[in-house]
Design a protein around this ligand. Structure first.
Ligand code: GAL
Length: 991
């Protein structure tokens, strides 16, 4: 359906109301926003926020890529961990490259299916923002574009017909899948982003090209998408903003990564990294849409040869979350998605060449799904605060000032002032945002009781370095007014038994809160809080301490915590829209009531005393993870108290070096007896590749033969004349790639790669060859993937890999005839279960030996720590039995031990047929390869396979390989199902 047809259909469907919607406007002219209104009325917006089913909503969202955790039964775990933070939304990219490996064959089933992702989101109560590209960037190979696009003539991401036609099937298919899951159909999807960072272009492309973008939008509408469309401008460039006409989206949005991607020294936040013009720019660009950042920095990625990923978690740590996210609130953001919230894993060659096998991203949730980073807890404090603060949504940012609101010019304050509701929010940070100074101040605020300077009971407030605070005024706590609080609000709830407000502060800070009430305050727990009644207010002042205080004022109990204690509080929703507050430990997932029982689910990594605040009146009993738990009711607070015992289970982790490893040669191609008659001939005399002109008699670009990912092997045949001296070969495989070459089995040398070198010209000296004798030059090459296509007009995605050029000294180029292979079948890939990118072109991969139960009869007993004694590739496989007790979530990873000297070798790790790691000993940095449960069978047998490629004449062996287990977590997570994992079966046509 074209958009015009859709509008007509909608007009017909809405005949009764349509007149009202368009009344006052000429009937023949329907403006764009009217058209959109007619598409649906479930997700609407104004300049402040979205409305969902007519109700204003703060969209607090985390980015998750389901395909970076290819175990559908674990998606609920992620959604619950994100929901527990107080977020209500997850944003996801779709990687086209995984779904249309062969042009015209769209496949989204098994681990690549989206329906289970949508179901899990619905179950957890999470909305979704769909961002399926076609172009996504996302640190994936080719930015998500399938390899076969290298062969089209038209420019990528332009209005060229062949490019647009190439996207048709994908957009129609994924669009239809997502369309079904829209909120208008009862599903979780509320917003849709049809292109990504359409922000920069160069000639010969037309940029920006409104007709192109409109065509993209039309495709999406035709696929049935009716929810609002957003874009993701790479900065506030105003591209495709509403009001720009053709090609405009519904809600303008841009991304922002203020502290960048250099994690080498995580204490360094770039000078002037923080934007202060966000609100004004947004008002200029798109005054009628909610302020939207579809990607705000939630971590960073690390390149080959870069830093261990934990350093990126340190760079974008809890302090960064405080300073950077709160700066967004100072700009009135109401749709904020944190990229990434769970990064996951670049399994099976899906990652880009600028990164390695983990895409952990230093995110709030680690790639192994654990939540021990402090930034997870900090994110919870902020998201729960906004969830409890609906008045924030209509509050309006005013100008930042370093003089008006405090007595210290080193501080910058942005008041976000209540418009439709009285609550205001004063956001304080250091003027030099990355300052590490501790600064004291008094705060000037305007309240319903007039202008005040606080603290009123004396003393000074403190802002520590790399911190930012939201000081609220006239804040509505369920009908009680918090006139102001210098301590931050975590949450508040109105329970049957009274109201609870939780405030927290950083270590050793002085805080003051003023509650409009004439009641006499009673301190029911703790000491150290001073109370004083001033002008119909109860003013509380205290210095933050690790022990809790509770002050009761009328029906309001104010819980006063330090930040570290606040981390242990959770606010799971109940089905009726209410919630309970639970103080526990590692994770509280869900709460429900059944009869007289309150049912909680959660995870525990230690013996945990817990407390339930505000259990519904009807509830008399408690279960945790289905087990009845003894509770005592506190006389002073009415809360329930109990204990969950944790007894660390014995986890038997097999010693990998003691497995029954079997090994075989993985590179028979270098033997003179090897016949490559079944291989594709590299005989194309022309290439359609528009990026690079051929300089060889036949194309040796791997993409011309459908080989895009994983190892490539070339075989060049010639009959010697005796005149040849050298062959110089120019290869490209991108950052950290490597090559090795042999002539009739004789090692010509290897290029072991470099973190930032993507192409090399290598001259091989051939020695004296025998006249009339047949020779084969065999070259193995690691192929790290294609470029993205960020700059429109660069067509950088089409830059090919493989052998790009060669010179044959003493002979003609055409004296060599070439064969090549990559993964068996190329674009007609064999393994439909694990998708088009998972396997490469090594002999054992082509045979399928990396899967379970390979035919090891006749293979020798040898392990990877024994290795091989010359350049070449060995294949290893072993059975690994696991007996992890059920009910425990135990993160497992394979750990390679780096050699003392810089031995040159690289390895690929396969687990039950899925490639879960590329280890490069001489480049690094990754040594730990997390493999999720579901890929690993935790209660049964697994097949581990390894390819070991020695890129030095002395051969190579692993220094060590072990399975490492993290802290076992007693978990509510159930039914982690094994993904489909076809066993080895003889492959037809395997050569
Ligand atoms: C953004 C892009 C994302 C991702 C991110 C960095 O510019 O939209 O796809 O590449 O940068 O992680």
């Amino acid at each position: 359906m074209k958009i015009s047809t859709l509008v007509t259909a909608a007009c017909v469907a809405f005949q009764g109301t349509a007149a009202a919607v368009v009344s006052g406007k000429p009937s023949t002219f329907i403006r764009d926003y009217d058209k959109r209104d007619l598409l649906q009325d479930v997700v609407t917006w104004d300049e402040h926020s979205l409305f969902i089913h007519g109700k204003r909503a703060m969209i607090f969202s985390g980015e998750v890529h389901p395909w970076r955790l290819p175990v559908p039964s674990l998606w609920l775990d992620l959604f619950e961990k994100i929901k527990a933070l107080g977020y209500n939304t997850v944003s996801f990219y779709v990687d086209w490259n995984l779904l249309e490996g062969k042009q015209g064959e769209f496949r989204a089933d098994g681990v690549f299916a989206y329906e289970p992702f949508f179901e899990a989101a619905t179950k957890a109560g999470i909305w979704l923002i769909a961002r399926p590209g076609p172009y996504i960037n996302a640190e994936v190979a080719a930015g998500g574009l399938p390899g076969w696009l290298q062969r089209i003539k038209g420019m990528i991401r332009t209005n060229a017909d062949d490019y647009m036609e190439a996207t048709e099937l994908y957009v129609a298919s994924i669009g239809a899948i997502i369309a079904k899951a829209q909120i208008t159909n009862g599903g979780p999807v509320i917003l849709y982003q049809p292109e990504n960072e359409y922000s920069g272009g160069i000639p010969p492309a037309v940029f920006p090209d409104a007709p192109y973008f409109q065509r993209v939008i039309d495709q999406v509408r035709k696929a049935g998408i009716v929810v609002p469309l957003i874009n993701n401008d790479a900065w506030s460039g105003g591209h495709n903003a509403p009001g720009t006409g053709l090609g405009e989206v519904d809600i303008y949005a841009h991304d922002n990564y203020p502290i960048g991607f250099d994690c080498s020294d995580p204490t360094v936040w770039p000078a002037n990294g923080l934007r202060t013009d966000q609100y004004s720019t947004r008002v200029e660009i798109s005054p009628n849409t909610p302020y939207t950042i579809p990607e705000f920095q939630g971590g960073a990625f690390s390149p080959w040869g870069g830093w261990p990923i934990d350093k990126c978690a340190e760079l974008v740590n809890q302090e960064a979350e405080r300073v950077l996210y709160k700066n967004n609130y100072a700009a009135g953001i109401s749709i904020m998605n944190l990229y990434m919230t769970y990064g996951g894993l670049n399994w099976g060659n899906l990652g880009h060449y600028g990164g390695f096998s983990t895409y952990d991203y230093g995110a709030a949730i680690k790639a192994d799904r654990t939540i021990t980073r402090e930034k997870y807890s900090e994110a919870k404090l902020q998201a729960q605060f906004l969830k409890a603060s609906p008045d924030y949504l209509t509050a309006v940012p005013t100008n930042l000032s370093t003089t008006l609101y405090t007595d210290n010019v080193n501080l910058a304050v942005t008041p976000v002032i209540g418009s439709e509701a009285p609550s205001s929010f004063y956001i304080v940070r250091h003027n030099i945002y990355n300052s590490t100074e501790t600064t004291t101040y008094r705060l000037n605020i305007a309240t319903s009781a007039g202008k005040l300077t606080v603290p009123r009971l004396g003393g000074k407030l403190t802002l520590n370095g790399r911190d930012s605070k939201v000081h609220v005024t006239d804040y509505n706590v369920g009908g009680t007014t918090l006139l102001y609080s210098t301590a931050e609000v975590f949450t508040w709830k109105k329970f049957d038994s009274g109201k609870v407000l939780i405030l927290y502060g950083g270590p050793e800070e002085l805080h003051e809160a003023s509650i409009v009430s004439t009641a006499k305050p009673t301190i029911i727990e703790g000491k150290g809080v001073t109370t004083k009644s001033i002008d119909g207010n109860v003013v509380l002042q205290w210095k933050t301490s690790a022990s809790r205080s509770i002050v009761k004022i009328g029906d309001l109990s104010v819980y006063i915590l330090d930040r570290n204690s606040a981390y242990n509080y959770w606010v799971p929703d109940l089905a009726d829209g209410s919630a309970v507050i639970v103080k526990a430990g590692y994770l509280v997932r869900t709460a429900a009531t059944k009869g007289n029982t309150l049912q909680l689910t959660g995870d525990f990594n230690a013996t945990t005393p817990f407390e339930v605040i505000g259990a519904p009146k009807s509830a008399k009993k408690l279960t945790i993870n289905g087990q009845p738990v003894a509770i005592e009711t506190s006389k002073s607070t009415g809360s329930w108290h109990g204990l969950v015992k944790y007894q660390r289970p014995f986890i038997n982790i097999p010693d990998l070096e003691r497995l029954q490893w079997k090994s075989t040669d993985a590179l028979p191609e270098i033997q003179t007896s090897y016949a490559d008659s079944a291989w594709p001939s590299a005989d194309k005399k022309t290439s359609t590749n528009t990026y690079r002109n051929l300089t060889t008699p036949t194309s040796l670009y791997s993409s011309d033969y459908g080989f895009h990912y994983g190892y490539l092997i070339y075989r060049g045949h010639f009959v010697a004349t005796g005149q040849e001296t050298t062959i110089t070969i120019y290869t490209q495989g991108r950052n950290a790639y490597g090559t090795s070459a042999w002539l009739n089995g004789v090692d010509l040398g290897s290029n072991a790669g470099d973190a930032i070198v993507g192409d090399t010209n290598t001259t091989y000296t051939l020695g004296k060859l025998s006249k009339g004798k047949k020779y084969v030059l065999t070259m193995l090459m690691d192929n790290m993937g294609y470029d993205g296509n960020w700059v429109i007009g660069s067509d950088s995605m089409k830059n090919p890999n493989g052998i790009l050029h060669y010179e044959f000294a003493g002979r003609k180029q055409s004296d060599i005839t070439w064969k090549l292979t990559g993964n068996l079948g190329g674009e007609d890939y064999v393994d439909k279960t694990r998708g088009p990118l998972n396997e490469g072109g090594l002999f054992p991969e082509r045979q399928g030996w990396h899967q379970q139960k390979p035919p090891t009869n006749g293979w020798k007993a040898s392990k990877p720590t024994t290795g091989i004694s010359k350049a070449g590739v060995a294949f290893y496989t072993a059975e690994l039995d696991l007996h992890i007790p059920k009910g425990w979530d135990v993160p497992l990873s394979f750990t390679f031990k780096k050699t003392k000297s810089n031995e040159k070798f690289r390895a690929q790790l396969y687990v039950n047929g899925y490639q879960f790691g590329k280890y490069i000993n001489n480049i690094g940095p990754q040594v730990d390869f997390s493999v999720p449960q579901g890929i690993l069978n935790y209660q049964g047998s697994n097949t581990v396979a390894l390819t070991l490629w020695a890129q030095q004449p002395s051969g190579a062996k692993l220094e060590g390989l072990s399975l490492t287990a993290g802290t076992p977590v007693l978990t509510a997570l159930e039914n982690v199902e094994l993904v489909p994992m076809p066993k080895y079966a003889k492959r037809a046509g395997a050569y």
